[in-house]
Design a protein around this ligand. Structure first.
Ligand SMILES: Cc1cc2nc3c(=O)[nH]c(=O)nc-3n(C[C@H](O)[C@H](O)[C@H](O)COP(=O)(O)OP(=O)(O)OC[C@H]3O[C@@H](n4cnc5c(N)ncnc54)[C@H](O)[C@@H]3O)c2cc1C
Length: 861
């Protein structure tokens, strides 16, 4: 074993081998993989080997599609077969709601280049005759599904990596990881120490233990998982003989079941409700090629549904039940990327579907390590997406919840209950007493809306407008016409201080930094000129002669942003960044009466001239020391008031008492988001993400190319000079009783005009059309999907995608934001656009100016 390597990958499961292969393919050949036992010795060897492209996050779905395409390549390079069976598969919906979910998934596929089709239960039965189709209302066909040999596939990655120069060391456990002052990692193994620049944790079942070696508790947990194999079945053999085809894979939402042909019989796996974590606190190092004791009682309820839905399987004898552990993060997606707070320590773990996702994970991670950027929108699997609140017990509760609803629909207004409440502000009980319906905002309980007194504060989950509609309308109307108050503790807050803090921020941000007492809004770019942040920055008065800036941003991106800030901090320690998290909380008051209200609570003049729009001031509010921003996300006259948690109740009480005279109401996050819609304001993670350039995101006025050489400036200048291909726009949609949720396709009647290829950036596929301009798609759509059939007329095309939207209650319009080709972005013509909502195309019109207060006069008053 060599003693030095550029990178050491720990773990020889399918993920570690994929990472090794991709690093080698990127040109890093001085790399090694160290495996405790033999390759596949974790969860990889006993996997069912199924793969598919569909994922709740379209960006992860795209990387899954890449994984499937990769198998041919690694077979060719390695000479090792993956035993690929590309059978295709169906997802079966047993209720109209599940069918709505499939319509949404199918619609998303339009701009992701996926070739899914909505089909009838009878059509599904023709491909999988063991089902009783009367249990279902419809289905979605995906041709890119199948199964493979897990061991062969892992070895194919490994052999291909070796051929490209990588080294693999077996039967050698990594026992310790230490880091020297210069950043070199000492990878201490049973066979000696390797010095490495980079370490990658691909420890699978032991990823948690490897994390602990460097002081990190990764939110990952192994669950027991069972699948059964039947004896050979004559029906299967007969089907194969008569059609010349293998049976397809089937996902059954209701039973949380997957099933497919395995040899001459059937394999059927369950995600049972009574699920069971395995080794919940620590994984024994001596766990080898072992299986766990099957527990048929645990999966009996799922099997009962399975046998009802697939009576053909019930008749067959069970040959074997496999029970093995594999790992999950809280939301079922992997943990990938550099770990914040450490240098060159990377993760590629919690990959619950290694044979669907392993290739994409390897590609993204190797890009990140070699080129400094994953090259894809990988937020859905970024290890930075969970905070410190994801402790061992929190993870345990959430992973169980996620497992038991693996194929369940998550409605757009559905909040999941496990492990809650975790973090609360001092106002939590008060908000509950006010009949707030609470939501989880990055582990923090946050009021979403206030149910009318006497009614149960509970969401009725739905894809359509729901029981919160009337209450939110009231909150918005009262705020817009009088004044409202809401909690904003769920923003990210940072302080940057030290000599040169301004230069540091100028290098990171696209906008000029503000003068003392002023605020700016500014995006942040990566070297590729892509949006990686959007902040509100205020310059506070100096402390001890040092420059001081307050920064507010997106709560969920706190670790993601800290990782970036830390990477660019000067090494001499002259600049400090403090992340407040919940040690600083806030309240926002907004609406035409908000100034009169605030004036009652402060002892300084806050008249229009004395405290201008975009001013920042430290002042006592209701007797509590606070920071106040004259800005609000509602786009109205309003203020954000920030205080230590110990003062939050005092300030809230003062606001409520003084507010009575002005007709003050409480409003929640949903009203806030509704109000930002009618101002055309974007949100981070929806409209603004790393796949867009700043001009594409229509952030032009915040990009000061001339100010100094900030990160991403060159790429941004190029984008501006060449003109952005896409533009973020706002639409008014002629919706019925459902609004957009995000990811819906945007259609335009472009006729013969060519607006160039519309692609989601970073390699995302375009909708496919044949030479005559007709969309390439099947015609056997299921009931309710007629809109899908009717579009193939050559005039209409998918030209973009929705990022978010909803009902704008004050202007009483359904609104959407999304991306379209730049050439169409200012075309406000009626009849030009349609947006597909739940399978129905609805007329939509671009609205260049925000419908509420287009001149911005109200917020400046
Ligand atoms: C019953 C069952 C059915 C499944 N079905 C499917 C399916 O149909 N499709 C699908 O995509 N996925 C399926 N999976 C999940 C799949 O197995 C995992 O996604 C995949 O194995 C994860 O691979 P990995 O490389 O991350 O982890 P692992 O396979 O656990 O590999 C981790 C490796 O790291 C090594 N290691 C750990 N610590 C150290 C150390 N300190 N030093 C050196 N080496 C170390 C281990 O020995 C191990 O070999 C199934 C899993 C089970 C249990």
């Amino acid at each position: 074993m060599k003693s030095h390597a550029k990178a050491v990958v720990i773990g020889g499961g399918v993920v570690g081998c994929s990472v090794l292969y991709h690093l080698a393919k990127s040109g890093w050949t001085d790399i090694m993989l160290i495996e405790r036992s033999e390759l596949t010795s974790g969860s990889s060897w006993h996997a069912a080997g199924g793969f598919h492209t569909l994922n709740g996050d379209p960006n992860v779905a795209k990387l899954q599609a890449y994984t499937v395409q990769l198998y041919k390549e690694i077979e060719e390079i390695s000479g090792q077969s993956c035993s690929l069976h590309l059978t295709g598969g169906v997802m079966m919906a047993d209720t109209p709601e599940r069918m709505d979910f499939l319509r949404l998934a199918h619609a998303k596929g339009r701009y992701l280049g996926m070739d899914t089709e909505l089909i009838t239960p009878s059509e599904a039965k023709a491909m999988f005759p063991l089902m009783d189709e009367t249990n279902f209302v419809g289905a979605m066909w995906d041709p890119v599904e199948g199964h493979l040999d897990p061991s062969g596939t892992t070895h194919a990655y490994a052999k291909a990596a070796r051929k490209l120069g990588a080294e693999i060391v077996l039967r050698n456990r990594v026992v310790e990881l230490t880091q020297e002052v210069d950043g070199t990692w000492n990878v201490v193994t049973e066979q000696g120490t390797v010095k490495a620049e980079h370490v990658v944790n691909c420890g699978g079942l032991w990823a948690r233990e490897i994390g602990r070696m460097v002081g990190v508790e990764l939110p990952v947990l192994a669950m027991e998982h069972m699948y059964l194999l039947t004896e050979p079945m004559p029906e299967v053999e007969e089907f194969n003989k008569s059609t010349g085809r293998e049976m397809i894979g089937v996902l059954d939402f209701k039973g949380e079941i997957y099933t497919r042909q395995e040899r001459n019989g059937i394999l059927l796996g369950t995600y049972e409700k009574a699920c069971k974590p395995w080794s919940p606190v620590s994984t024994p190092w001596d766990f080898g090629h072992e299986l766990l004791q099957p527990d048929i009682d645990r999966i009996a309820p799922s099997l009962e549904i399975g046998f009802k839905h697939f009576p053909g399987i019930e008749k067959a004898g069970i040959k074997q039940i496999i029970n093995g552990p594999f790992t999950f993060a809280l939301d079922g997606n992997p943990l990938v990327g550099p770990v914040q707070g450490l240098t060159n320590f990377w993760c590629a773990c919690a990959v619950m579907a290694g044979f669907s996702q392993g290739g994409g994970v390897g590609l993204a991670l190797s890009n990140w390590m070699v080129h400094g950027d994953p090259g894809f929108d990988v937020w859905g699997m970024d290890v930075a997406r969970f905070g410190e609140w994801a402790t061992l017990r929190y993870t345990n509760a959430k992973v169980r919840e996620n497992y038991s609803r693996r194929f369940s629909i998550r409605f757009p207004n559905e909040e999941l209950p496990a492990a809650r409440p975790a973090q609360t502000t001092p106002l939590y009980d008060t908000m509950l007493a006010n009949n707030a319906v609470m939501g989880d905002s990055w582990g923090l309980e946050t009021p979403l809306w206030f149910a009318p007194r006497g009614s149960e504060p509970k969401d009725v989950v739905s894809f359509h407008r729901s029981n919160d509609f009337g209450a939110i309308s009231e909150e918005v109307r009262a705020t817009r016409e009088k004044v409202g108050v809401t909690e904003i503790a769920n923003f990210a807050k940072y302080e940057v201080s030290g000599p040169g803090a301004e230069d540091f921020l100028n290098r990171l941000m696209t906008n000029r930094m503000p003068k003392t007492g002023r605020i700016v809004l500014t995006p942040m770019l990566n070297e590729f000129g892509r949006l990686i942040g959007d902040f509100t920055i205020a310059k506070a008065g100096p402390r001890g002669g040092e420059e001081r800036f307050m920064i507010w941003g997106s709560s969920a991106a706190q670790k993601y942003h800290m990782r970036w800030f830390e990477k660019h901090l000067p090494k001499d320690g002259s600049i400090r960044i403090h992340r407040f998290d919940q040690t600083l909380v806030g309240l926002s008051i907004a609406g035409p009466k908000s100034r009169d209200l605030l004036q009652r609570l402060v002892d300084v003049d806050i008249s229009t001239k004395a405290f201008r729009f975009m001013d920042f001031r430290e002042m006592a509010v209701g007797g509590a020391p606070c920071m106040v921003n004259r800005i609000t996300y509602t786009g109205d006259l309003g203020y954000e008031i920030w205080m230590a948690p110990a003062y939050q109740r005092l300030v809230y009480k003062a606001i409520k008492e003084a507010g009575e005279e002005f007709g003050l109401v409480d409003f929640g996050m949903r009203a806030l988001l509704s109000m930002r819609l009618e101002k055309n304001f974007p949100t981070w993670f929806r409209e603004l993400r790393p796949i867009y350039g700043p001009f594409e995101g229509s952030m032009d006025r915040f990009i000061k190319l001339e100010k100094n050489d900030f990160i991403g400036r060159e790429a941004a200048a190029k984008e501006q000079a060449e003109g952005p291909k896409l533009r973020r726009v706002s639409f008014i949609v002629d919706a019925a009783d459902a609004d957009v949720m995000g990811d819906e396709p945007i259609w335009a009647k472009v006729g013969g005009k060519d607006y160039g290829t519309v692609e989601k950036p970073h390699g995302y596929g375009a909708p496919r059309f044949d030479a005559g301009g007709k969309e390439v798609r099947g015609s056997n759509a299921a009931e309710g999907a007629s809109a899908v059939r009717g579009i193939v007329d050559g005039d209409w095309r998918v030209v973009g995608w929705v990022t978010s939207g909803g009902y704008a209650h004050y202007v009483e319009k359904s609104m959407a934001q999304g991306y379209v080709p730049a050439a169409l972005a200012e075309n406000e013509s009626a009849g030009l656009f349609e947006i597909e909502i739940l399978g129905q195309r609805r007329p939509a019109r671009i609205n260049v100016e925000p419908p509420f207060d287009p001149s911005g006069e109200k917020m400046r008053t």
